[in-house]
Design a protein around this ligand. Structure first.
Ligand SMILES: Cc1cc2nc3c(=O)[nH]c(=O)nc-3n(C[C@H](O)[C@H](O)[C@H](O)COP(=O)(O)OP(=O)(O)OC[C@H]3O[C@@H](n4cnc5c(N)ncnc54)[C@H](O)[C@@H]3O)c2cc1C
Length: 364
């Protein structure tokens, strides 16, 4: 067992798990509080897209960093954390992404209709702009949550944090359901709970809340030899923002639309039927775009989402009196690199300037 933990991490979603694991790498004793099941909040489900394509070149560089860490951790922990099947983008967004990726040294190239069919057999015929990000792929989300949780072992405790409060002695008190402890630093990675805990320190984070739906469809002819992830901005199949990733074994594909349903801060949806509408549109999209999938989903994943006002890939970290509050969206791919930066800051280092809110990292 570690000696008395110096740092607390609140939340065992992918961001908290990566931060805590990075602290362990640095030899920093850490305790992680999780009020529910690790990885069952926004990080739930079987897959996410790992892509390098971002509008903000700083995020392209961060994604390269995280991709390398996923490989390093996967090798150390004996699992595959990102598939080798690549990330495909189709539609007009390709024209802007390709030069940006090439400038950053990311292996990405145009692909034609024949190769598209090999990379993503369920896809309907498409002869518009298409690009393969060779080092992209499907993040093995459930595997990542399992192996990181196992690596943390008894450092991970089942408890809800009620308040995080700097003390006059210069440390930080964490009051949870079953204990009160003090730490040098605290990193709050509580997903939709982050804004509430930040308010204890007088911070009002500009987090937009929403809800999202992703449906999983079986691959019709059994496991696909290759199942690249998909981002479709084409509109050819009725939607200009659709995305998909594979589950391990390539027997099924999780598909969603980029749109979310807007929620109030208390979690209630502004327009509850809109979630069902998103699901119906996703089924409709699959029938047109992905005829190689079964037409009905066998699994549904509803998730809360949190976004920053400057873009759907926006990330920032607020810092006050020894407490760090990361927030943003599409964080799965960025979590290992973000986790190492948060760990360094919690271990007495400086938070990189690019992560401070005024830098608007990931601005669209
Ligand atoms: C359907 C869907 C598709 C997505 N697709 C992609 C994608 O393709 N690529 C990508 O990179 N990202 C994607 N994302 C976004 C990505 O999944 C999230 O950004 C990421 O999972 C957020 O992780 P997190 O650790 O910040 O939050 P969470 O996973 O929500 O973790 C927060 C944890 O904190 C715990 N917690 C909260 N309050 C407390 C408290 N007071 N005390 C103790 N514990 C607490 C919660 O129980 C939870 O486990 C997608 C998200 C959704 C919903």
């Amino acid at each position: 067992m570690d000696p008395q933990p110096r740092v607390a991490v609140v939340g065992a979603g992918i961001v908290g798990l990566c931060t805590a694991y990075a602290l362990v790498e640095r030899g920093v004793p850490v305790r992680v509080y999780e009020q529910g099941v690790p990885g069952n909040g926004q990080s739930g489900g079987q897959g996410r897209i790992f892509r390098h394509a971002h509008v903000d070149p700083r995020l392209v560089a961060d994604a390269q960093d995280s991709r390398a860490i996923y490989t390093e951790w996967g090798q150390r922990l004996g699992v595959e954390l990102v598939s080798g099947d690549g990330a495909l983008a189709i539609g007009p967004a390709v024209e802007a992404h390709l030069p940006r990726l090439r400038r950053a040294g990311v292996p990405a190239r145009r692909v034609g209709a024949a190769e598209l069919a090999e990379l993503l057999p369920p896809l309907a015929g498409f002869d518009g702009p298409a690009m393969l990000d060779e080092r992209g792929g499907s993040i093995r989300t459930a595997v990542a949550v399992r192996v990181l949780s196992e690596a943390l072992g008894e450092r991970l405790v089942a408890d809800e944090v009620l308040t995080v409060r700097p003390t006059d002695a210069g440390d930080v008190e964490v009051r949870s359901g079953g204990r009160t402890d003090r730490y040098e630093r605290v990193v709050v990675c509580a997903g939709r709970g982050t804004a509430g805990l930040a308010r204890d320190l007088g911070l009002s984070l500009p987090i937009r809340h929403g809800a999202h739906v992703r449906l999983t469809f079986a691959v019709r002819d059994g496991p696909a030899p290759n199942l690249a992830t998909l981002q479709d901005s084409s509109g050819d199949f009725g939607e200009t923002g659709a995305y998909a990733s594979a589950i391990p074994g390539n027997t099924a594909y999780g598909v969603g639309l980029s749109e979310s349903c807007v929620a109030r801060e208390d979690g209630s949806l502004l327009d509850p039927p809109a979630l069902a509408d998103l699901a119906d549109r996703t089924v409709d999209y699959v029938r047109k775009a992905l005829p190689g999938l079964a037409p009905e989903p066998f699994e549904v994943r509803h998730c809360r989402v949190t976004e920053l006002p400057w873009g759907s890939d926006g990330i920032a970290v607020w810092e006050r009196e020894g407490v760090l509050f990361p927030a943003g969206h599409n964080l799965y791919k960025q979590a290992p690199g973000l986790g190492r930066k948060l760990a360094a800051a919690a271990d007495g280092g400086e938070l990189p300037q690019a992560l401070r809110p005024e830098a608007e990292l990931g601005a669209a």
